[in-house]
Write a protein that binds this ligand. Structure first.
Ligand SMILES: NC(=O)c1ccc[n+]([C@@H]2O[C@H](COP(=O)([O-])OP(=O)(O)OC[C@H]3O[C@@H](n4cnc5c(N)ncnc54)[C@H](OP(=O)(O)O)[C@@H]3O)[C@@H](O)[C@H]2O)c1
Length: 340
């Protein structure tokens, strides 16, 4: 089978499409004929050699890349119900192997201690395609978890940074269905803002072109935003914090795609009366049923049309390096997928 492997850490070009033996299907495993492979932002950081930050030991090379896949189960190993063969699923690998034509996943594995790979196999509901389901894998369930953690109340205003991204596009839609008041989508560049308008945000703000973009947000929301979701960190996060409403703003920090976690001084929290919540999905790594429930719920919402999966770009397996370049260079909108 064809699979994308690396023989060393490095720039996107280290991703190579190679012919490899069909993966071994062990006890508790399922073999999936891939229809789509999800590209995850953090995978680019792992490829670059920052494994330790994701709790992963360095893999033995060659290492077959990839965590997420959507496809049809074509075989199962011992201890797995054989009636699963033929089912359409999304699933995550135990840490490697998803950028491939055939992918082995654990069906019910004990959670990995990696914090990045949570084997969560979920059946795709009727009416939802592989590509759409794959778009909502991982980021879809995290977006749902974030909305819950935020305890968003009806009518409250929301600001999402990197709002045109894989997670952001789901988050703005879920905020709408949770009854948010004004929704502000913030992102970098005109194309991303167009997408946000299309997704129905009330205000789309470009933080790449306007240094004091948060003033615009404070004015439009009548003094500041109730709930801020930040995935970017650095300068963007500092702007997002400034946009929070004094006396009631809640800030949920769940990523730092800029590479820098923003500092927020205790004195400012105290003076402005803000609340900050740190969110790491890895916290749920031991709660397989919760994760599976979230994943199934977001797929059902999409099957009903309540959430629209956004696939911004699709690459062939042999173009995996181009997919990573697009992600690293901030050129992507919505989810990035590979197809065999
Ligand atoms: N806490 C958790 O459990 C958890 C789980 C999943 C993901 N995350 C985090 O959530 C964030 C979004 O993940 P995603 O998969 O949906 O990715 P994504 O939003 O599709 O892509 C990342 C986005 O971050 C923005 N960005 C800002 N500075 C960047 C830089 N220097 N390099 C690259 N991108 C930069 C870009 O949007 P703009 O150009 O619009 O700024 C880019 O499109 C990531 O930070 C990820 O690590 C956290």
């Amino acid at each position: 089978v064809r699979a994308v492997r690396i023989h060393e850490y490095g720039p996107p070009e280290v991703l190579k499409l190679e012919e490899v033996p069909e993966p071994h299907v062990g006890p508790g495993d399922a073999l999936i004929e891939s229809a789509a492979n999800g590209v995850v932002y953090s995978e680019t950081q792992v490829r670059a050699g920052r494994m330790a930050e994701f709790g992963l030991a360095g893999p033995a090379f060659p290492y077959t890349f990839g965590w997420d896949v959507a496809g049809t189960i074509v075989a199962v190993g011992p201890e797995v119900d054989s009636s699963m063969v033929g089912r359409r699923v999304i699933a995550s690998t135990a840490g490697s192997g998803a950028y491939a034509e055939r992918v082995v996943v654990p069906v019910n594995a004990a959670p990995q201690v990696t914090g990045t790979t949570w084997p969560t196999l979920v059946e795709i509901p009727d009416g939802l395609g592989f590509v759409e389901a794959c778009a909502l894998q991982r980021q879809g369930r995290i977006a749902l978890a974030l909305i819950r953690e935020a305890s968003l109340e009806k009518g409250q205003s929301v600001l999402v940074t990197a709002a045109a991204g894989a997670l952001g596009t789901v988050l703005v839609q879920l905020a709408r269905s949770a009854g948010a008041g004004m929704i502000v989508g913030a992102a970098g560049g005109a194309e991303k803002l167009n997408l946000l308008d299309h997704l129905g945000v009330d205000i789309a703000v470009d933080y790449s072109s306007s240094p004091r973009w948060y003033d615009e947000v404070r004015t439009a929301t009548g003094g500041g935003v109730d709930v801020v979701f930040d995935a970017v960190g650095g300068e963007v996060a500092r702007g997002a914090f400034a946009a929070a409403a004094d006396g009631r703003g809640r800030i949920i920090v769940y990523g730092f795609s800029s590479g820098e976690l923003a500092e927020l001084r205790m004195a400012e929290l105290l003076r402005r009366g803000l609340t900050v919540l740190g969110f790491a999905g890895a916290r749920f790594a031991q709660r397989q049923d919760y994760l599976r429930g979230l994943q199934a719920e977001i797929l059902d919402l999409a099957a009903k049309g309540s959430v629209v999966p956004v696939v911004g770009q699709t690459f062939l397996l042999e173009e995996a390096s181009q997919a990573h370049i697009a992600v690293e260079q901030r050129q992507t909108t919505g989810k990035t997928l590979l197809t065999p």
